[in-house]
Write a protein that binds this ligand. Structure first.
Ligand code: SF4
Length: 198
């Protein structure tokens, strides 16, 4: 909505503002009344958490703000996300896609739980993390036992697991990336792709 203010109206508004600050300066409390009517900054009561944009390999730093007092039965809800001004990659900026991360967080299609489609089944079903981790570990072990290459044709020790590969997340720090690589390399996996160029 465009605000139409005539020259005369502008002078009146300016006069009112001046009168308010003058009253305040003289201790008449108009300033306090005005300040009380201003809404508090919406992030002042929020919890700030550092994170990384999950969308592309640039891996811009973000600040995630959630509301909730962290008490046992309270559920914190993310209410705002913005670029991290202290992050060396983006210095507080986000591209349009990153600026819309809140839509991703609140998307009805967002995958929040492990899902499993049994052999021959048409539908995915929600399963527990215990089930999912046991299943992944079992299948990894079976495949590794079958295909691990300890030595190459020349008899040189190579310790490779050539039938498995790993794709890891961009939403992690350099340190988490290093641990990820160490664990995966420790199994013998050679093909590792990390989305973030960290
Ligand atoms: S904000 Fe944009 S450029 Fe930065 S990581 Fe996200 S998608 Fe990539």
């Amino acid at each position: 909505m465009q605000l139409e203010v005539s020259r005369r109206g502008f002078m009146r508004l300016g006069g009112a503002a001046l009168a308010t600050s003058t009253m305040s300066a003289l201790g008449f409390g108009a300033g306090e009344a005005l300040a009380a009517s201003v809404r508090p900054f919406k992030l002042s009561r929020a919890t700030e958490t550092r994170s990384t944009c999950p969308y592309c390999s640039v891996s811009c730093g973000t600040l995630v703000y959630s509301l909730g007092d962290a008490s046992k039965n309270a559920r914190a809800e993310i209410m705002h996300i913005e670029g991290d001004p202290d992050h060396p990659v983006n210095r507080g900026t986000l591209c349009p896609r990153g600026a819309a991360i809140l839509d991703f967080v609140r998307s009805a299609q967002r995958l929040k739980h492990p899902m499993h489609r049994a052999p021959g089944a048409k539908e995915f079903k929600r399963v527990s993390w215990d089930f999912a981790l046991d299943r992944v570990a079992k299948l990894m072990k079976e495949d590794r036992d079958k295909n691990f290459v300890a030595k190459n044709n020349d008899g040189v020790t190579v310790n490779r697991w050539p039938t498995a590969a790993a794709f890891t997340t961009s939403t992690q720090s350099n340190e988490a990336g290093l641990v990820t690589y160490k664990v995966l390399r420790g199994t013998g996996i050679v093909g590792i792709e990390n989305q973030a160029r960290i």
